[in-house]
Design a binder for this molecule. Structure first.
Ligand code: FES
Length: 108
């Protein structure tokens, strides 16, 4: 961890092509890291429905679909389009060179 800046590298840019997502881990917490047309976003990996792994789901535009029962979440806002009162926490992401980094400590 880079304690000076408060960001930690979780992936390389080339590991998460546009339109895809993957699960990453920071300090024992799992996040769904998404590449929305070149812009990286990250949300809590745990689906609020029944704990499904969002990072293993499908990304369509800026919406990720849980692989277990299909609940969808906008990865920019964390909101479920069908019911915005249900949401997943979002995490701040930045790109430094080829490093994709998230802000720590996580506030999920
Ligand atoms: S656990 Fe995600 S939709 Fe059911």
């Amino acid at each position: 961890m880079d304690s000076h800046t408060g960001y930690v590298t979780v992936a390389q840019v080339g590991e998460v092509p546009p339109g895809t997502c993957r699960t990453v881990e920071v300090d024992g917490i799992f996040l769904a890291l998404c590449n929305v047309d070149g812009t990286f976003r990250a949300v809590d990996n745990t689906c609020p429905h029944a704990g499904g792994p969002l990072g293993e789901g499908c990304l369509e535009g800026d919406v990720i679909e849980c692989p277990w029962h299909g609940w969808r979440f906008n990865v920019r806002t964390g909101e479920r389009p069908e019911n915005p009162e249900i949401r997943v926490p979002c995490v701040e992401v930045r790109v430094e060179g080829t490093n994709v980094q998230v802000k720590v400590p996580l506030t999920l």
